[in-house]
Design a protein around this ligand. Structure first.
Ligand SMILES: [Fe+2]
Ligand SMILES: [Fe+2]
Length: 355
């Protein structure tokens, strides 16, 4: 982060943009003369208060010298419009008035920072102008400093998110590589999850969360012995029972975290093999007892398993796999999710074909 000094140089003060609004041309000339002689170089004037807003927008002045008693539009009306325009910004407003105390107090209450009495006293004009300009320039400096801090913080947050995503992806790939995969399954599967989630109304943030957490669905396979996980021939019943434990083992690995992120990954690891009709594992949960993210992952996982080559099988065609998803609704899959998945098959195909 860069060193920052909140100092305003003389040069900047004298280069400040000044806007003077007074219907009396003589008053304007006097002010202009005082300011110019002192060294201010950037002065714009108008005798027409209806132009105030337009000029303020255009110039973004660091000091506005404003008369109160003017025809067409008085100083209070101008102040009101400038306050709306400048929103929560510091409004550098110096009121010019020969009026009584009541008017001056009203002006201060309405947002003026100070006032100058007519006829003008040279020192009064210069000191008060300078004070307001200094505050305004400091305000601008802090504002842009904050914006740059915000930018830096956002960059860091993005970096942390990206790293987190990458670590998780790599962890998931480690699990998949043990399972003789290539890492592509989790890549596609997590994108199918994200698409399906947005199709059923997840917010962008929620579906991105699912994109990041779903790759961990099979993380429990890390704890399954090679002799079973990599067995080239068909599994015995007792061996399949061990394979099934990748769900509970995965959940155990991810359990007990405070992160929303790992909590979701845990739910997915535990429930991605449950089936809508209650015939899945590990807990034979049924219908909506199965968490929604688990149901989404079930569709995406099976779709990818069927539509891609595995050591023990050919890849099914895209259309055959879609038909199968449709067939398995109400038994394996939540019917609404199966339908939604088939409805977005164009988007699914784009990922399927590309990867
Ligand atoms: Fe699995
Ligand atoms: Fe999988």
């Amino acid at each position: 982060m860069t060193e920052y000094s909140f100092m305003i140089s003389e040069e900047k003060i004298f280069a400040a943009k000044i806007l003077a609004i007074d219907d009396n041309i003589l008053n304007i000339e006097i002010l202009k003369k005082i300011l110019t002689q002192a060294g201010f170089i950037n002065i714009t004037t108008t005798t027409d208060p209806t132009k105030a807003v337009e000029l303020y927008k255009e110039l973004q002045p660091d000091l506005v010298l404003l008369d109160i008693n003017m025809p067409k539009m008085d100083g209070f009306e101008v102040m009101l419009q400038l306050s709306i325009l400048s929103d929560a910004d510091y409004l550098p407003l110096l009121i010019l008035t020969a009026e009584d105390d009541y008017i001056r107090f009203k002006a201060l209450q309405s947002g003026a920072k100070d006032f100058l009495r007519k006829p003008y006293d040279r020192m009064d004009v210069l000191l008060k102008s300078r004070n307001i300009i200094e505050v305004r320039l400091l305000y601008n400096q802090i504002k842009s400093h904050n914006a740059s801090l915000d930018h830096q913080i956002n960059e860091r947050i993005k970096e942390i998110r990206d790293t987190r995503m990458e670590v998780i992806q790599r962890l998931a790939i480690a699990a998949e590589l043990r399972d003789a995969g290539t890492g592509k399954h989790i890549y596609r599967m997590s994108r199918y999850c994200q698409l399906l989630a947005s199709a059923i109304g997840f917010t962008k943030e929620q579906s991105e969360l699912l994109l990041t957490t779903s790759p961990l669905h099979d993380i429990g396979k890390i704890a399954i012995p090679d002799s079973i996980l990599l067995k080239p021939s068909a599994l015995e019943a007792h061996e399949f029972e061990i394979i099934k434990t990748h769900t509970t083992l995965g959940a155990k690995m991810l359990a007990g975290s405070n992160s929303v992120f790992l909590n979701m990954a845990e739910t997915i690891a535990l429930t991605h093999h449950e089936k809508w009709d209650g015939s899945g594992y590990p807990y034979q949960k049924k219908g909506e007892e199965i968490p929604l993210v688990g149901r989404i992952c079930a569709v995406a996982d099976v779709f990818d398993a069927l539509s891609s080559v595995r050591p023990y099988k050919e890849a099914w065609s895209f259309e055959d796999t879609i038909d199968e998803i449709r067939k398995l609704k109400n038994t394996h899959f939540d019917p609404k999710l199966a339908d939604a998945f088939c409805d977005i098959k164009k988007d699914i195909k784009a990922i399927h074909d590309h990867h």
